[in-house]
Each structure stands twice: as C-alpha cells, then as structure tokens.
Design a protein around this ligand. Structure first.
Ligand SMILES: Cc1ncc(COP(=O)(O)O)c(C=O)c1O
Length: 422
C-alpha cells in the first residue's frame, strides 16, 4: 500500500464546514423542509433575463468572442465602472466623495473568494481578527484555516456592540494589538442574526480603528452581502461611507443574493494600497473570474433589468419573512420563553430559547426536528472557533429556500419538535 499523503499545515487546520451536514440531510431527505439552508428562492431566479442577455451577447460575434476570451485579473473595466455607479446610487453620493475610481474595484468569483484573498493578503498564522459573535460561519472557517486567532464581540439587534469592542481593544496587550489586522463586520442584515449595524456604531467602529491604528492600519472588512435585500427602514450608509479617504474599509458585495448565486460574481471596493497585493494573489488563484458572466452582468445593470429584479425580489422576500414571523407567533406560545429578532432585511431570523435549551447537533431537539421533517442551523455553529462558553440555546432560521406554504408548515413541525423537548 502507498504511504500516507503528507498534508500541509493549512490543510490540517481546515475543518469540515459544519453546514455540509445540513446540505447532506436536505439532499437525503427530500421531504424535509429546510429552514437551515441559506440558499435563495429558486422561483425568484432571473432565468428569462439571463437567457435574453446571453442570447444577445452570443449572437453578436465580436461581443461573443470578447466575452469568451480570458478577461483581466481585476475584472471587466466597464463592469467595474458600472459597479462604482451602482454603489454611488446606493450611497447617494459621487465617486469623489468616496475617493473611489474604477481602479479601486475588483471583481471576484463570489464575495467568498474576495474574503479569502483579502485574508491571505493580510493574515499570517497567529494574527488576530475580531468578528461579531455570532457571525458568518463560513468566514470563520477561512480564518481557522489560515491559522488566525479569532476574537468574538457580542452583538444585539443593532449589530456588533462597539462599546464591547472598545473594552476588548483596551484589554488587548501590546503584542496582541500588534497582531490585530482585521475587524470583520456583516453590516446589513447579518448572517445569522438579521441584525443591522446602527449608524452610531458604524461611526464608532471607524473611530476605534483609526484610534488603534498606530503602528499599522487595522482594516474593517465590511461584508454587505445582503444590503439590497431591504424590506423596511431606510438604507443606511455603509461603513465605507464614513471612510472618505478610502483608507480603513474594504467593502465587499455580491450578486449572489440580489441576482443569482449561480453566476458567482462578487466585488469589492478596496483602499488603494491594498489592491496590488489582492491582484497578485488573485492572479495566482485564477487570473480573473469568468468573463462571460461579467459581460452578462454589465448588460443587466445597464439595461435596468437588475434594478427591476431587485425590486420584485424584495417584495417576494418581504412576504416570506412576514409568513415566517407570523408562523412563529402562531405556533410558539409565549409560555415557552422563546423569542426572535425581527429582521428588516436579508434571509434570516435568529431564534433564542431559554438558557436551558440545547439546539445543538447532539441535543434532542435537532434529532426530533429531523424526525418531524424540518431543519434549522444550531446557533452554536455561528460562533467564532475557539470561543469559550458558546451559547447552545439559539438557532438560525432562513426564509430563503423554502416556498411560502412550506414556511408555515416548517414552523409547525418545529413547534412539534419543541413541544416534545420542553
Ligand atoms: C455574509 C455572507 N458573506 C459572503 C457570502 C458569500 O457569498 P458569495 O460567495 O456567493 O458571494 C455569504 C453567502 O452566504 C454570506 O452569507
């Protein structure tokens, strides 16, 4: 027999993503209603728009040839220009007010790739990253894989608690501070809690990174994946908006949620001196994301199809959110002591049980829920790796994938499982 493969340290640090268990369950049990999957609603996917755009692209030979050739590492210039205009529309400002040009925009294979590349560009094993606890667990996996030390800061419905962050920063030793490189924040309708970071906290966060960036710059990685899925309330300015010199914030966005994950196009607005390192590393990864879909996305933005689609999507998901929230109120009696946060956007509802609850993978509730035919994400999966005293009484529900009538039935099944375990 051949001797064993000797894997790299990075490979050994890289754990199985916890979510793969749920993907498997969903595939193996077709009758299961998944309130776990963070996937978008199949019915909303812009099939017709994509077909028309690809048709138009591929029937014009010169455009087709350009789109089918390799593109550039940074991404199609016209699309980068359109993305900057798109951001400025969201922010109600000019590119100059953000100190951004198309040279500060990079297009990646999903925002996940940009999160990965930024982390590779900034982090050595042992470097420190601060995130909200709980937060987007796939990024926690990246950080663990790269050997970063992740420190969690608690949050509430206003997002990451910057008072707590300030206390944590004050407690760090000079050697820890010298290794603090990144503060990662999902600034709109956080995955998993649905929280939106309040404007005073956005300002406070920026003030803190500026204050603590003495020897080196501490960067805010602002993940705005869900920004455009806004169902109520104002569209608050990004954290980037409070960084007028474009120095402290790398803003990351994606078309996966507001358009289609299948095109896997993400993009970022980066401080100017961060871009060259990101492009060198992206050059090694793939020297450019799929060119054909970049051309198609450009057309969607220019023709207005994208804006129209987002409008319809928002109405659809708002309705689904309301159905889920109404079902929770209907099926979970107040005497159970279970509460939930009302998200103003995004795809998730964060449910908090009494402290005695165990929603975890080895607890009775999850097994019972699967028997009843419903799946949720145990809250403990969403806490940073290595954190002590991880709460086990929370869960993430998503109204993304399940159909409207399945949402109500899913909550009914969940209530049956809960009733059994209470
Ligand atoms: C908060 C957050 N950031 C980033 C991503 C990555 O998405 P993509 O790589 O498809 O753009 C996701 C996907 O679920 C997410 O929830």
């Amino acid at each position: 027999m051949a001797p064993p493969i000797r894997f790299s340290q990075l490979s050994q640090r890289t754990g199985d993503p916890p979510i793969s268990y749920f993907m498997r369950q969903a595939v193996e049990n077709p009758n299961l209603i998944s309130l776990a999957a963070g996937l978008v609603d199949m019915e909303t996917l812009p099939v017709e728009e994509m077909r028309a755009s690809l048709d138009a692209l591929l029937t014009a030979p010169d455009r087709a040839q350009k789109a089918l050739q390799y593109g550039t590492t940074q991404g199609l210039l016209e699309l980068r220009q359109a993305l900057l205009r798109h951001l400025c529309r969201l922010e109600h400002c000019t590119p100059m007010e953000l100190n951004l040009t198309a040279d500060d925009v990079v297009i990646t294979t999903g925002s996940q790739q940009l999160l990965y590349i930024l982390s590779e560009a900034l982090l050595d094993p042992g470097d420190v990253v601060i995130t909200a606890a709980p937060s987007y667990f796939v990024y926690h996996g990246v950080l663990q894989s790269l050997g970063a030390r992740v420190l969690g800061v608690s949050g509430d419905e206003q997002g990451l608690n910057t008072q707590e962050l300030e206390k944590l920063l004050a407690r760090l030793t000079p050697s820890e501070l010298s290794r603090l490189k990144v503060i990662y924040v999902v600034s709109y309708y956080e995955n998993p809690t649905g929280a939106i970071l309040s404007v005073p906290r956005r300002q406070h966060l920026l003030e803190l990174v500026q204050r603590y960036s003495t020897e080196h710059r501490i960067l805010v990685v602002e993940d705005a994946a869900y920004r455009e899925l806004r169902y109520e309330g104002e569209d608050w300015p990004s954290i980037k908006r409070f960084d007028p010199n474009n120095e402290f914030v790398a803003l990351i966005m994606t078309f996966s949620k507001p358009w289609a994950p299948g095109i896997k196009i993400g993009y970022g607005f980066l401080p100017r001196d961060l871009m060259p390192a990101v492009l060198r590393i992206k050059g090694n990864h793939d020297f450019g994301s799929a060119n054909l879909v970049q051309h198609a996305m450009l057309e969607m933005l220019e023709s207005g199809a994208y804006a129209r689609h987002v409008q319809q999507l928002v109405a659809h998901y708002r309705r689904k959110r309301d159905v889920l929230l109404e079902a929770l109120a209907e099926f979970l009696p107040p005497s159970w002591g279970i509460t939930w946060w009302r998200p103003r956007g995004g795809l998730y509802v964060w449910v908090v049980g009494p402290k005695t609850f165990d929603t975890g993978p080895s607890g009775p509730l999850l097994q019972r829920a699967i028997q009843e035919g419903v799946l949720y994400v145990p809250g403990e999966f969403c806490y940073p790796p290595g954190m002590q005293h991880v709460p086990r009484h929370e869960m993430r529900l998503s109204f993304g994938l399940a159909k409207i009538d399945e949402l109500r039935e899913g909550v009914r099944r969940l209530a049956r499982a809960l009733a059994h375990c209470i």
